[in-house]
Design a protein around this ligand. Structure first.
Ligand SMILES: NC(=O)c1ccc[n+]([C@@H]2O[C@H](COP(=O)([O-])OP(=O)(O)OC[C@H]3O[C@@H](n4cnc5c(N)ncnc54)[C@H](O)[C@@H]3O)[C@@H](O)[C@H]2O)c1
Length: 422
């Protein structure tokens, strides 16, 4: 039986509250939330009430929570991208075990530093590479490890971001601008770098990358379009991004619950009139790229190509894995894996359980695995810290390759990223 553990939430937003604190609500025998740091009053009050957090353990800033002696076993660091390193470093000094949201940091040097410090303080850090725990990618890994298609020669992996998802998060929303959050390859695709590392089971040697943006820009704004959709846009019928079409529907979940806490139609209208999500997609302060390809060479000889694109109908990951004895095609959101065997010429279709939500069930399995690991350190984490650092380095290297138009060797990149020698 697992010992029940306690945790504090740093940043009670989408991840902190709706993913990790939600896990504690579903599994009160495993996890109890005992403290929070969250500046947004409504969010702080909600989590305090839902988890019965004592008033002395509810703070507006992570610095205050981490200024007092340690009050729990685990700290969930769920602040925005540029605010991960400070709380993670202080939390490990205080002796917390850490769940750290991805990206772990926005520079390669900081990622390496986090790894070095975690070793020095002897704490476990689980970076939320939750896809490794999803039934879809776990099953793919099992199939590969069983040798079903022989040696893996090549992988084509696609992250179809979905045009509406892209407009919400990467044109109007929190991850629209690399100086505010992080580059697209890190913000969105560090999961995909990590999945390639996971499936190949081999280190990446070299990579090259190309990508650009040319659509969601002021120069493409249609004639007569105002800066805000609700200011009488003449293109409201033809434009797929007309904000009321996305946010003023029956949906009360994501992405509508991101734009306002008041989900009434009046509340949403107010948010669209004044908030970032009511802006014309051609009149935002976005700068992250819209499509990118990365080519990889792995130590074991596997080659891979990754494509991220905003311009797809749905949010959807698809993969083709080419082995010496067969081929696998997979569609994550359809929960479907098809295996073609070269010798028998048989095709086997596996349909996975699709009942779990949150990265296909990966979110909850990730937390569960970390709790088990803390209960019994011999229980391995499939997303170990060194692998997470490697996959982050792949993302930083891809960004560098795209910008400098060069092939990047990962080991050289690691050395040059960390002149201080962590
Ligand atoms: N693992 C995944 O698959 C996954 C999915 C989505 C987001 N993320 C990552 O999780 C992180 C959080 O994303 P989110 O969607 O929950 O964002 P969010 O904006 O909903 O939550 C962040 C919270 O941090 C709070 N905050 C700001 N300053 C703070 C401070 N000084 N002290 C304490 N809290 C503070 C904000 O008020 C907010 O509530 C991001 O880095 C994001 O990239 C990971």
């Amino acid at each position: 039986m697992m010992k029940k553990l306690s945790a504090v939430i740093i940043g009670a937003g989408g991840r902190g509250y709706h993913t990790y604190a939600a896990y504690a609500e579903k599994h009160p025998e495993e996890l109890k939330i005992v403290g929070v740091a969250e500046p947004d009053e409504a969010r702080r009050k909600s989590i305090v009430t839902a988890h019965d957090i004592p008033s002395g353990y509810a703070f507006t800033d992570w610095k205050d929570l981490l200024a007092i002696p340690r009050i729990a076993d685990i700290a969930f660091v769920c602040t925005q991208d540029r605010m991960h390193v400070g709380p993670a470093l202080l939390a490990m000094k205080k002796g917390y075990q850490i769940v750290l949201e991805k990206p772990m940091a926005v520079t390669a040097e900081e990622c390496i530093r986090l790894e070095t410090e975690a070793r020095a303080y002897d704490v476990s850090i689980a970076v939320s590479h939750v896809l490794r725990y999803s039934p879809f990618f776990s099953r793919l890994k099992e199939i590969l490890d069983a040798g079903t298609i022989g040696r893996v020669m090549g992988i084509q992996h696609n992250e179809n971001v979905g045009h509406i998802h892209y407009s919400h998060s990467y044109v109007r929303g929190n991850w629209r601008n690399a100086t505010i959050s992080s580059p697209m390859i890190l913000a969105k695709s560090c999961h995909d770098m990590d999945i390639l590392l996971f499936l190949t089971g081999s280190n990446c040697l070299n990579l090259s990358s190309f990508g650009s943006r040319s659509v969601f820009m002021a120069s493409n704004k249609p004639a007569g379009a105002p800066d805000r959709c609700l200011d009488g846009c003449p293109h409201r019928v033809s434009c797929p991004y007309y904000a009321p079409k996305i946010y003023m529907t029956q949906n009360e979940g994501w992405p509508v619950n991101v734009i306002t806490d008041d989900l009434s139609m009046e509340g949403r209208q107010k948010a669209l009139k004044s908030g970032p999500y009511g802006r014309c997609v051609y009149a935002c302060d976005n700068d992250v790229i819209e499509h990118q390809v990365v080519n990889f060479e792995f130590e074991n000889g596997t080659t891979a190509v990754f494509t991220m694109s905003a311009f797809t109908p749905q949010t959807h990951r698809t993969i083709k894995i080419m082995g010496e004895k067969g081929e696998i095609r997979g569609a994550m959101e359809r929960n479907e894996i098809e295996i073609s065997d070269f010798s028998s010429r048989d095709k086997t279709v596996i349909t996975l359980d699709s009942s779990e939500s949150g990265h296909g069930g990966g979110d909850d399995k990730f937390v569960q695995a970390f709790l088990r690991h803390l209960n019994d350190p011999s229980y391995p984490l499939v997303s170990s810290l060194d692998k997470s650092v490697q996959s982050h380095l792949m993302a930083f290297a891809a960004e560098e390759s795209m910008k400098k138009r060069t092939v990047v060797n990962i080991e050289d990149f690691r050395r040059s990223s960390c002149p201080s020698g962590y």
